[in-house]
Design a protein around this ligand. Structure first.
Ligand SMILES: Nc1ncnc2c1ncn2[C@@H]1O[C@H](COP(=O)(O)OP(=O)(O)O)[C@@H](O)[C@H]1O
Ligand SMILES: [Mg+2]
Length: 425
C-alpha cells in the first residue's frame, strides 16, 4: 500500500503568554495555517515536538487583547513565531482524512526532519508544513523532498517563496497582465520622501508610477493580518508617511504600499491542476458585519478582535451572492493567477474589486488554512462544504491531484488504517 509521509508543523505546547483570544476567537484568516498566535515569548531555536494545543483552541477573550484593540500600535510588541503552525486538532484531522489512501507516516518538520524523511522514504509526502526560518520558510520541506527525489503534494519551493513575498507576487502578476493594484515597495526610511512625491489625489492610476490616494500599506512578508489594522488605510500623505515608517521600524522588513481597492472582497479556493483546476464556491466578505464606521478590510481587528466564540462575526458568505457575470470574471482572474504563479493541487486566492469593478488579486496562499471544524470559519473547508465535499474529501482530493500529477497510485491492496511516526531525533 502507498506510504504517505505527512509533513507538518505543530504549535508548541506551552506558550504561556500568547494572546490566545486572538487565536481562539479566530477563525482563520485564511490560511488559517497562517493563523497568528500572538506570543510574548522570545524566539527559541526549536519547538518541543509532538505537543498538543487542542485544548487552547477556544478561550475567553483576555483583557490584554482588548487593550490591544485600543492601542493597535502595541501589536508590535508581540511575537508570533509559531502562529502559522497548525493545531494538533488540524493535524489529527488531516491524518485521519489521509488514512484511507495509505499508511500515514507522521513527519513533524522540525529538527532532524531531513534524516527522518530520508529513512522513511515514503511514496509521496503530503505537505502542510509552514516552516520557521526566514522568508523562504514555506519552501523548505518541498526543497528537501526534491533533494531526496521524493514526490510531494502542493506547490513547489519557487511558488511558495514567491507567494510569501507579496510585492514580487504582484510584479509577476502585473507582468502577466493579471490585475493587481498599482504599488511600490518601500525598503528603507530614506525612501519615504520619494514615496511622497509619487502620491497623488488625481486619477492617474498607474501613470508614471504615480499612486492615487487612498492607499493601503502592509508588511511585505506577512500573513494573518500581521501589521494590518485599520490604520493601514491612508487617506493623506501624512498618514501614509506615518504608517509606513511605523511598519518599517516595527516589522523590520519592506513595506508594500498599494492603491486601495474600494470594492467587494472575495476569497477563492482552487483545487486541481491544468485544465482540470476549478474554483470552489466563492467566499464573499460581508463588511456590513463589521462594527459601524469601520474601514471595510479583513484585517487584525476583524480577524482577532471582533470575531469571538460567543459572538462570531458573520463575515463570510459562501457561495457569495453575486451575479454569474461577476462570478465568472472572478474565477477567470483567480485561475489566471493560479497558473502564472505555478500553483499546484490547491491554493486560496484573495480578490478585491477596484473602482471599476474589475477583480484584482490581493494575495495568494498556496498553503491554505484548513481548520477542520465547521464553526471555525476556515474559508477553504467552507468552500469545499458548499461544493458538497466533506473535510476528508477535500484533503483526499488535494492528495489525489498531487498523486495524479506524479503518476503515483494511492491506496492499494488491503489498504490498512495504520499509522506510525518516524521517531523524532
Ligand atoms: N490594496 C488593498 N485594497 C483594499 N484592501 C486591501 C488591500 N490589501 C489588503 N487589503 C485588506 O487587508 C486584508 C489583509 O490583506 P492580505 O494581503 O490578504 O493579508 P493577510 O496575508 O494578512 O491575509 C485583505 O483581506 C483586505 O481586506
Ligand atoms: Mg489575505
Amino acid at each position: 500500500m502507498t506510504r504517505i509521509g505527512f509533513a507538518y508543523n505543530q504549535k508548541p505546547e506551552s506558550n504561556p503568554l500568547h494572546l490566545t483570544d486572538a487565536e481562539s476567537t479566530r477563525t482563520e484568516d485564511e490560511p488559517s495555517s497562517r493563523r497568528r498566535k500572538w506570543t510574548r515569548r522570545p524566539r527559541v531555536a526549536e519547538p518541543a515536538p509532538g505537543s498538543d494545543q487542542g485544548s487552547s483552541e477556544r478561550r475567553a477573550p483576555s483583557a490584554e487583547t482588548r487593550s490591544l484593540s485600543e492601542h493597535p500600535a502595541h501589536l508590535t510588541t508581540v511575537n508570533d513565531e509559531y502562529a502559522e503552525w497548525d493545531l494538533s486538532s488540524t493535524i489529527d484531522a488531516v491524518e485521519h482524512a489521509l488514512e484511507p489512501l495509505g499508511e500515514v507516516i507522521r513527519l513533524e518538520a522540525v529538527g532532524d526532519f531531513p534524516e527522518r524523511l530520508r529513512l522513511a522514504r515514503p511514496d509521496i509526502v503530503y505537505n502542510i508544513a509552514e516552516g520557521f526560518h526566514g522568508a523562504n520558510r514555506e519552501a523548505h520541506v518541498p526543497a528537501i523532498c526534491e533533494f531526496y527525489g521524493l514526490p510531494y503534494s502542493g506547490s513547489d519551493p519557487w511558488t511558495l517563496s514567491l507567494c510569501l513575498d507579496k510585492a514580487r507576487t504582484k510584479e509577476f502578476l502585473a507582468y502577466n497582465r493579471v490585475p493587481t493594484a498599482p504599488f511600490v515597495l518601500v525598503r528603507a526610511e530614506h525612501e519615504v520622501s520619494s514615496l511622497m512625491e509619487r502620491v497623488t489625489t488625481r486619477r492617474l492610476r498607474g501613470v508614471n508610477g504615480r499612486l492615487r490616494l487612498p492607499l493601503f500599506v502592509k508588511p511585505v512578508h506577512e500573513g494573518s493580518s500581521k501589521g494590518i489594522t485599520e490604520r493601514n488605510f491612508c487617506r493623506t500623505p501624512a498618514e501614509l508617511a506615518e504608517v509606513t515608517l511605523f511598519l518599517l521600524e516595527h516589522y523590520k522588513q519592506p513595506v508594500l504600499v498599494e492603491e486601495y481597492l474600494p470594492g467587494a472582497e472575495f476569497t477563492c479556493a482552487v483545487l486541481g491542476n491544468g485544465a482540470g483546476a476549478r474554483v470552489l464556491p466563492i467566499v464573499g466578505m460581508r463588511f456590513d458585519a463589521l462594527p459601524e464606521g469601520s474601514i471595510p478590510v479583513y484585517g487584525f481587528e476583524a480577524k482577532w478582535l471582533w470575531d469571538r466564540p460567543e459572538d462570531p462575526l458573520q463575515i463570510f458568505e459562501c457561495p457569495a451572492q453575486i451575479d454569474s457575470a461577476l462570478q465568472s470574471r472572478i474565477e477567470q482572474v483567480t485561475l489566471a493567477a493560479y497558473y502564472v504563479l505555478g500553483c499546484r493541487d490547491w491554493s486560496r486566492i484573495d480578490i478585491r474589486l477596484d473602482a471599476d469593478g474589475v477583480p484584482n488579486i490581493v494575495e495568494v496562499n498556496p498553503l491554505p488554512g484548513i481548520l477542520p471544524n465547521a464553526q471555525d470559519n476556515s474559508c477553504f473547508p467552507k468552500a469545499a462544504r458548499a461544493a458538497g465535499m466533506t473535510y476528508d474529501e477535500l484533503i483526499q482530493a488535494s492528495l489525489r491531484h498531487a498523486a495524479e500529477r506524479q503518476n503515483i497510485r494511492l491506496g492499494g491492496k488491503g489498504a490498512r488504517r495504520t499509522r506510525r511516526t518516524a521517531a523524532l531525533g
